[in-house]
Design a protein around this ligand. Structure first.
Ligand code: NAD
Length: 255
């Protein structure tokens, strides 16, 4: 790798879609800052090992997207280590099950602080360090991005809200030739969806897979490669858009 190789920051890259993206970038010659949240059990060293196996380059940086200072330090790590920042991916997210009757202000605010304001912080810190050709992607969800989901109104509100954020940032940063887009994943097998309390769990995912036109739930790599496309120059005239990655789940008519 040389100083010409592009550099990405990815929040929540110690697991799931973020980990798969770091590996995807390694294969594309994009260097990464692997964002890891210390409060979680995921191992960022495993992401780094997979990046190295793919002959890539990356460094690990702790980041808590609830803190503007932490996100600034995170984005700055790319500049300090590699001398540039080209891509920022706001992937970190949490999912909690909370019916409306139990939706305290605290639960609501905790969710939005990560899944919506955390995205703002990542885009803001990223854009401040990017030059022409920079590109940012936020990870939404079909829950909120397309559908409602009982017990998850705060999550859905955050995932819908970030689509408006992305459109506005795209308009604002267009003159600087910095792009902003979103992906809207369907059901993807990751630690988040495998959690049977807050999400579908293994059995729920298997059952849901039978009803997806593609015949199964998605793999993290199948979202990562779309994020890779949306940050790459192959999509250089695409900005302010969102792309659903769901194996046909949302276009299937149910009687
Ligand atoms: P995941 O749980 O493996 O990844 C989420 C990551 O976010 C974790 O690594 C976690 O440590 C990190 N994180 C949590 N709180 C954080 C904080 N305060 N600061 C920084 N990082 C924090 O699950 P995933 O499915 O790979 O999730 C990635 C994104 O995809 C999330 O935004 C999620 O909502 C979204 N998504 C997932 C699915 C799915 O079916 N798995 C569907 C739609 C959208």
């Amino acid at each position: 790798m040389t100083s010409e190789n592009k550099v990405a920051v990815i929040t929540g890259a110690a697991s799931g879609i973020g980990r798969a993206l770091a590996v995807h970038y390694a294969r594309q010659g994009v260097r990464s800052v692997i964002g890891t949240f210390p409060g979680d059990p995921h191992d960022p060293e495993e992401t780094l090992r997979l990046v190295k196996e793919a002959r890539g380059e990356a460094v690990i940086q702790e980041v808590d997207v609830r803190s503007s200072g932490s996100v600034d330090v995170f984005a700055q790590r790319a500049v300090d280590v590699y001398g540039r920042l080209d891509y920022a991916v706001a992937n970190a997210g949490i999912l909690r099950n909370s019916p409306l009757g139990e939706m305290t202000d605290e639960r609501w605010n905790d969710m939005l602080n990560v899944d919506l304001t955390g995205v703002l912080r990542t885009l803001r810190s990223g854009a401040a360090r990017m030059t022409e050709g920079g590109s940012m992607v936020a990870v939404s969800s079909i829950a909120g991005g397309v559908y409602g989901w009982e017990g998850h109104s705060h999550y859905a509100a955050a995932k819908a809200g970030l689509l408006g954020l992305i459109r506005s940032v795209a308009v604002e940063l267009g003159p600087r030739r910095i792009r902003a887009n979103a992906v809207i994943p369907g059901l993807i097998e990751t630690p988040q969806s495998l959690d049977p309390v807050n999400s579908l769990g293994p059995e729920g995912l298997r059952r849901a897979g039978d009803d997806i036109p593609w015949g199964r739930v998605g793999k993290p790599e199948e979202v990562a490669s779309v994020i890779g496309f949306l940050t790459s120059d192959d999509s250089r005239y695409v900005t302010g858009q969102s792309l659903i990655v769901d194996g046909g789940l949302t276009v299937k008519m149910r009687a």
